[in-house]
Every structure is written in structure tokens, then in C-alpha cells.
Design a binder for this molecule. Structure first.
Ligand code: GDP
Length: 303
């Protein structure tokens, strides 16, 4: 099973998939548009959340490591150092481990696989690319890295553009796509979490040849959380499951839409895209497992 992941929505689905699928059968391609150099190290929020989720050490907030301590962060702040993210000690160890490998010339893909091994994670977690292609948000307060928009600016500025550069597909991502006939896209921000993955050269074309199921992150006209409204409006898409289907229309086979959005029907969606209704809100493990089971059923029906 191949999952495209970005942000904090998809790890909720991942927790359900992990309860039903052997870890070894799972590959995750993670967004790296959120990557940022902070206090000397490369932080890869989306890769790390996936690794921590599979390793069973993630937090309820879906970032960082459970029961971490923040003494270094507090010491840095007290000395007047502006740390761009709040980083705990154990989490920082991940960033040091990775960044030292990168400084030695190891690729992000290799460093990520070594990190997986160090956490005893037997699933394959791959960065979408080895290129450094941070997502830059154009706002009424100037342009800023997406992490600065989310954390320092608390998502407040008006957004005019979300820019992610194109990037090169790695051999590992190419091979993984060739090996998997089906791809699952969890409830992620389409523009800032899945958008950068779709900007990897050849990705949209590769997905066209696969059976792709996506979970809508929007119920009615409201994202469940986060800045999806601002980002979707900035690219002129309706803030609804219909807008999500439009953004994925060239490769999407089935859009999973929440039961509360019962009015959305196939005739509302672009040709070729089917709709399936179910409960998509994953506030707890049971809901994650139920949605994961539905998705696995859907994949089994097609193969
Ligand atoms: P964010 O927009 O910066 O938060 O980036 P993410 O990629 O983490 O976005 C997660 C997306 O999934 C958001 O647009 C939320 O609306 C949505 N989301 C979060 N939790 C859930 C959930 O339990 N179910 C569904 N269907 N969507 C969710």
C-alpha cells in the first residue's frame, strides 16, 4: 500500500492503516515542502510525523515526540535566540542525526531510511524528493516560509499565492510508484501538503496510471482545521470537496467525502471521479481504524 502524506491529517489515517496492514507492506511518500533549517538543523516536519506515528511515539498534536522535554529550546529563547519552531530534546536528536548525514553528503532519502531503521520502523518512508524546495507563502505582509506563516504569523496574513517549486523524482519514489497499483491520499491540505508532492516532475503523470483514492479534508465549506481555506482561495478553487476533486481531477478515481456532505454527488465532480460517503472525522483511534477499513475494502474491490 502506498500513501502520500503531508501535515497532520494523514497520520490520523496512517494510525488506522497500521492497525490493519503489516508495517512492511506500507510505503509513505512524504511532503518536504514544509522542511526548514532551524537552529542549525534541517527539520522535516511531515517525514518526522510519519516516522514517529509508525514508531508509536508521536503526540496528540501530531508533531514531536511524546513526553519530550524542552530545556534546550527554553535555554535558547532565554538567551534571545529566535528558534523558528518549538523543538524538544528527543525530536532535536532526529534533526541532528539527519543533518549530520546531509552535511556528509548523504541524500535526504538515505538519511530518512537510516532514521527509519534507528526507530525500528519497517515501513518505507520516502521524502518526495532530495531537492530542497520549501513552500513559500505570498501574503499581504510579504513572502514567508510556510512554517513561519503557520507558527510565527499564526496563519493570520491574507494569502495571495502558495508557491512550491518543481523538484526531481528520486529513483526510490519512481520504483515505489511502479510497484504500487493503488495510491491513497489522506485528508491533507491539498495545496500545501499534497501540492508539493504533485510538483515532483512526473508525479501527476504517474498517478494517472494508478488507482487513486483520496479523503477530502473539507466538510461542507469548512476545512476540518488549518489554513486550507486561505490556500484554496488563493488558487481560485472552491473551498469544498468539489474543489478538492478539481485539484486532483487529472488522476483521482474516488473521492471519499464525509457523510455530513451527503449533498455532494458524482454529478458535482469532474468526469471520471467517483464519490464515496462515510465518516471521515478521525478524533480517535476507533474512527481512524473504521476509515482505514473502508479504504482497504475499496482497494480490495478494485483488485
Ligand atoms: P494544515 O492545513 O496546515 O493543517 O495541513 P494538513 O496537511 O495537516 O491538513 C490537514 C487537512 O486535513 C486540513 O485541511 C483539515 O481540514 C483536514 N483534517 C484534519 N483532520 C481531519 C479528519 O479527521 N478528517 C478529515 N476528513 N479531514 C481532516
Amino acid at each position: 500500500m502506498l500513501l502520500l502524506s503531508g501535515g497532520t491529517g494523514t497520520p490520523k489515517l496512517l494510525r488506522g492503516l497500521l492497525s490493519l496492514c503489516p508495517k512492511k507492506q506500507l510505503t509513505v511518500i512524504a511532503n518536504t515542502g514544509d522542511d526548514i533549517w532551524a537552529s542549525g538543523n534541517l527539520v522535516c516536519p511531515d517525514i518526522d510525523t510519519v516516522i514517529y506515528t509508525i514508531a508509536g511515539v508521536t503526540t496528540d498534536r501530531w508533531w514531536g515526540i511524546r513526553d519530550d522535554t524542552f530545556l534546550t529550546h527554553e535555554a535558547l529563547v532565554s538567551r534571545g535566540h529566535e528558534e523558528r519552531l518549538i523543538i524538544g530534546e528527543f525530536d532535536r536528536a532526529t534533526h541532528i542525526f539527519r543533518s549530520d548525514l546531509l552535511r556528509q553528503g548523504v541524500s535526504l532519502t538515505e538519511a530518512t531510511l537510516l532514521l527509519c531503521a534507528s526507530f525500528g520502523v519497517s515501513s518505507r518512508v520516502l521524502p518526495m524528493t532530495n531537492d530542497f524546495v520549501p513552500t513559500i507563502i505570498q501574503t499581504d505582509e510579504g513572502e514567508m516560509h510556510i512554517q513561519d506563516f503557520l507558527i510565527k504569523h499564526k496563519q493570520l496574513p491574507a494569502v495571495t499565492q502558495v508557491n512550491c517549486e518543481t523538484s526531481a523524482m528520486t529513483t526510490e519514489v519512481k520504483t515505489t510508484l511502479e510497484e504500487n497499483d493503488a495510491v491513497v491520499i489522506g485528508p491533507s491540505n491539498p495545496i500545501s501538503s499534497i501540492g508539493p508532492i504533485l510538483r515532483v516532475n512526473g508525479m501527476r503523470e504517474a498517478l494517472k496510471d494508478r488507482f487513486v483514492v483520496a479523503v477530502s479534508p473539507i466538510v461542507g465549506t469548512e476545512p476540518v482545521s488549518g489554513p486550507a481555506r486561505k490556500f484554496m482561495e488563493s488558487v481560485g478553487l472552491p473551498v469544498s470537496s468539489i474543489g478538492v476533486a478539481e485539484f486532483y481531477s487529472d488522476f483521482l478515481d474516488i473521492l471519499i467525502v464525509d457523510n455530513a456532505d451527503f449533498a455532494v454527488s458524482k454529478s458535482d465532480l469532474p468526469d471520471e471521479v467517483e464519490v464515496m460517503h462515510t465518516n471521515t472525522i478521525m478524533s480517535d483511534r476507533r474512527q481512524s481504524n473504521a476509515l482505514a477499513a473502508k479504504i482497504l475494502q475499496l482497494l480490495a474491490q478494485h483488485y
